[in-house]
Design a protein around this ligand. Structure first.
Ligand SMILES: Nc1ncnc2c1ncn2[C@@H]1O[C@H](COP(=O)(O)OP(=O)(O)OP(=O)(O)O)[C@@H](O)[C@H]1O
Length: 263
């Protein structure tokens, strides 16, 4: 049987005048699990996700469940990989419901009662059913993020790439969304990669973690092995420690910045 998961070999990505990621090697990211992608501002997280989705320049091998995506035409790749950007494009004059049905149809979904029920159930699960007939450009930032997530999930990709999907959500929704993404990821055996800046969310909700610094992979593995005082110091320049809350969940406590290096 072909290897399941997402593996990168000698993968490079960047822009015309600026290489960002060079010769990245990533051992298979597991299906059915959430991988959290961590790293400071500008280290290349969005560049990586966009290049994996075929939306940016990339070279090398990207093996998704045994197929090299780099050898597939864009349309075939787009059926398997969905990228949700940090914010939805502005100026799209569609109702929420229409926008999700359009996403579903774009991925080969039929206009059937079952398909319509799937859309409505997803809106309910995300707590945005009451927004179904509102226009996208009339929504708040957090509401738009939830609609973007619905548009992504309805496409049923093998690889789901979420770029800071929680940045505009309140505490309750952050938890609710990660819970839903976890359930859907497991139920569909999807490979889900989520960029998060909040390392406590990464510790709580991630099954696997990748940490980047200046375009290089600094650490990969279980979040508790990746988010440790050494990487907090070397990647973020902060002095931190890991403690367990009364329910046993690890939490990062930041004590301050690392002293600036002289010379
Ligand atoms: N369109 C572009 N053209 C040229 N350089 C770009 C472009 N987009 C991003 N970059 C540069 O590529 C590098 C990586 O950017 P990227 O957006 O991938 O970082 P990131 O890790 O997602 O950051 P953040 O956490 O701030 O969102 C940065 O130096 C950035 O300035």
């Amino acid at each position: 049987m072909s290897e399941q998961g997402l593996r990168l070999r000698d993968f490079s990505a960047g822009y015309r005048k600026q290489p960002v990621l060079e010769n990245l090697q990533v051992s298979p990211l597991p299906p059915g699990k959430i991988t959290v992608l961590l790293g400071p501002n500008g280290c290349g997280k969005s560049t990586l996700l966009r290049a994996l989705a075929g939306l940016g320049k990339g070279h090398g091998e990207v093996w998704l469940n045994g197929n090299d995506l780099m050898k597939q035409p864009f349309a075939q790749r787009a059926e398997r990989v969905v990228y949700l950007p940090q914010s939805l494009p502005a100026g799209v004059h569609l109702h929420v419901l229409e926008s999700i049905i359009v996403a579903q149809r774009a991925s080969g979904g039929r206009l059937s009662t079952a398909a319509q029920q799937e859309v409505l159930a997803l809106l309910e699960q995300l707590g945005i059913a009451h927004l179904a007939m509102r226009y996208l450009d009339e929504l708040s930032g957090g509401q738009k993020q939830l609609v973007g997530l619905a548009q992504s999930l309805i496409r049923r990709p093998q690889l789901l790439l979420l770029d800071e999907p929680l940045s505009a959500l309140d505490l309750n929704y952050q938890f609710h969304v990660m819970d839903l993404v976890r359930r859907e990821t497991a139920a569909r055996n999807m490979i889900t990669v989520v960029v998060v800046h909040d390392i406590n969310i990464a510790l709580r909700h991630g099954d696997h973690a990748l940490m980047l610094k200046q375009g290089k992979l600094i650490a990969e593995g279980a979040p508790e092995r990746v988010i440790v005082p050494e990487t907090l110091a070397s990647v973020y320049g902060v002095k931190g420690r890991i403690e367990r809350c009364s329910q046993g969940t690890p939490q990062v406590i930041i004590d301050g910045l690392m002293p600036a290096r002289l010379g």
